[in-house]
Design a protein around this ligand. Sequence first.
Ligand SMILES: NC(=O)C1=CN([C@@H]2O[C@H](COP(=O)(O)OP(=O)(O)OC[C@H]3O[C@@H](n4cnc5c(N)ncnc54)[C@H](OP(=O)(O)O)[C@@H]3O)[C@@H](O)[C@H]2O)C=CC1
Ligand SMILES: CC(=O)N[C@@H](CCC(=O)OP(=O)(O)O)C(=O)O
Length: 351
Amino acid sequence: MTDHAPTPIRVAVAGASGYAGGEVLRLLLGHPLFLDGTLTIGTLTAGDNAGTTLGSHHPHLLPLADRVLADTSVETLAGHDVVFLALPHGNSARYANELPDSVVLVDCGADFRLRDADAWTRFYGGEYAGSWPYGLPELPGARDALRGATRIAVPGCYPTAASLAFAPAVEAGIVEPRVRIVAVSGTSGAGRAPKVAQLGSEVIGSARAYGVGGLHRHTPEIVQNLSAVAGGHVDVSFTPVLVPMSRGILATCSAPTTVDAGEAHAVYTKAYRDEPFVHVLPEGTFPQTKSVVGSNAVQIGVAVDADAGELVVVAAIDNLTKGTAGGAVQSMNLALGLPETAGLSTVGVAP
Ligand SMILES: NC(=O)C1=CN([C@@H]2O[C@H](COP(=O)(O)OP(=O)(O)OC[C@H]3O[C@@H](n4cnc5c(N)ncnc54)[C@H](OP(=O)(O)O)[C@@H]3O)[C@@H](O)[C@H]2O)C=CC1
Ligand SMILES: CC(=O)N[C@@H](CCC(=O)OP(=O)(O)O)C(=O)O
């Protein structure tokens, strides 16, 4: 514990009936400060499902199964030291404005991720809310900005995978600044609100690209991250693909290069040598989503396609853990001055 952290630490989760909120709670139930009683889980909220029990949505969260979900409001979220917002986009600004500055607000939604108001308007529409310290500590400068922060914007799931996959290459200048990304995602990335495109009968036995042609709203977030690291604009072509699995993202990212495989691999092992969650696999080895499911790990494989003159980097994450709730808890740990890895595993659940 450090001077940042109040004791006890009272935590609320808004959107607890959803996938992201449920995953935050799963991680908090295993957090060492929860287990020793220093961190307590207070109000849990929902939208239309307010008044129902948490257990009716997340039977796996047995210790909290009888908790009744409250309405989501400034009043129900007041009186906590940390509030996780796991709500649809557009809902966060009112809490940022009305909860005290001293409350650590960790927003799993997109509202405060983009620094460019025009990009926000183009991809999201509605009023631009602003930008907060970005919850991807592995990016240059991000970790320092998160220490002691009381407002945190958790990255999107695809930007987490793609940014970590290509940040070392653009930082080292070993690629041309034109990155192509094709990333497959499990259906939990779409949240649990029913949508026809996510029905089992639509998804099982099929793979479907969407947001094709630079239309997906995560494109400007990936551009923002890679451009900041490169120190100049990086063009990004991003294509997401929905595949029939529950969790996981596998992002395959490439750009023109003249370096060989050994040099490229050395850039990555050096960049991530001190990162507890990012694992660069041995040369010739590439990740699979199963290896990281349920963990906060990022596994990265690096290759050079010498005939095509392309660096190819493959990254695997669990979209709900490192891609949302794990990144959120990691950022909370930093904000409160706790050990960054507290409550977070790097071991997946394969097979
Ligand atoms: N799923 C993922 O992989 C990722 C999700 N995120 C972000 O996390 C946030 C939550 O996503 P996710 O959990 O997947 O979504 P879900 O649809 O699974 O959950 C949404 C939650 O918000 C509640 N809610 C919906 N509308 C309102 C409202 N108007 N007022 C109050 N509460 C409301 C829902 O309650 P109820 O049950 O009552 O409807 C539910 O608890 C989103 O911003 C999403 O973009 C970020 C990265 C990855
Ligand atoms: C498979 C799937 O549908 N994924 C979601 C992204 C999930 C995510 O990271 O979302 P936010 O930016 O909304 O927080 C999508 O493409 O919209």
